[in-house]
Design a protein around this ligand. Sequence first.
Ligand code: PLP
Length: 452
Amino acid sequence: QDTISALQAMDAAHHLHPFTDSADLAKRGTRVIERAEGVYIWDAKGNKLLDAMAGLWCVNVGYGRKSIADAAYAQLQTLPFYNNFFQCTHEPAIRLASKIASLAPGHMNRVFFTGSGSEANDTNLRMVRRYWDLKGMPSKKTIISRKNAYHGSTVAGASLGGMGFMHQQGDLPIPGIVHIDQPYWFGEGRDMSPEAFGIKTAQALEAKILELGEDKVAAFIAEPFQGAGGVIIPPDSYWNEIKRILEKYNILFILDEVISGFGRTGNWFAAQTLGLKPDLITIAKGMTSGYIPMGGVIVSDRVADVLISDGGEFAHGFTYSGHPVAAAVALENIRILEEERLVDKVRTDTGPYLQDRLQTLSAHPLVGEVRGMGMVGAIELVADKHSMVRFGSEISAGMLCREACIESGLVMRAVGDTMIISPPLCITRDEIDELIFKASQALSLTLEKIAA
Ligand code: PLP
């Protein structure tokens, strides 16, 4: 106990946490996480929690995989670091690029490695602009994104993202990035059918292209479902309309699969689940199951052919691009996903089971909507189930529910009053039952807390 208090005091004195109100943290205290196994984490006080968020949506193969640790150790001993700049390369990066190309949609055969998802989206911004420069259309520079999107925390990543509270800090977005409405039917579109709302929000893209002029627009960036925005899944009508518009105006399509990549929707990439044909795919998180930092961009032949054949150097890269230890970890992570058929299971077994079981929560008086796909889901909390009126911000229902989850032995994330789950892909049916039981317990506890 003394060690825990000492660690908490050191943390408060020296550690600035991301996305955290430090004054609030000092009041509430920090939870020191000590170890993890499978789908569970343990804090330093010995509390066991089912991690329904897979860390930050990333631990796809679950915790405690010794073979990943072994792969990292072996690579650390043979070649702990070398770069892939200046005509150098190494086997782990070569094998990983080739493996990812084999899993990606057929028209995508090359990978540019980064250290994170944010760096990968910075790379996208520079890559699409270079593509149009090389094509002799340098005026095509603007990137259209969506409100409430999350594309990372670097200056370009946060600018591409559509979160107002992030833009307010640091005078963002940078020029050349604009945002259109998001396809959030439950939050913003219930006065029309989901189908009509899907078309309407997709057509906001066309309106923006016409407003700017198609000769000014380089690319459209989108997550297959907005993750940090609240697991916002576009209505079925949305993507076909988006595809039509992108083709009509010759706009590149960046699909940010940092969360959805490596199996979460039941295919290696959501592009395959949704029948999309992106020009660039952003990857990170599940690429290494978060065991070590790594990200990248999967590049289509259309873009790669121009970058390569039109010559010149792409003056861009990171010290840790294709880091050999990270690449060895990613290869072992993918080997586990394949050997245990985890992606297939999400598509045919555990994914549908999770979605069925999640729907049982929709009967709860606090729940306005339950939605999800594959191994991801969201629960919308409402003050009145019949009118679907939401709680006022003074209630903080989402925060109360997040705390109630912890008391019930479960980690869920709250985005406003939307509760999010994104568990490890290795979760079993029994563990899904436990997750749903604990979530239901937490919802009832939340109701009590609100009433108190
Ligand atoms: N893109 C999406 C869709 C994300 O969810 C995230 C992180 O949550 C990022 C990009 C940024 O990735 P990173 O935190 O590795 O920089």
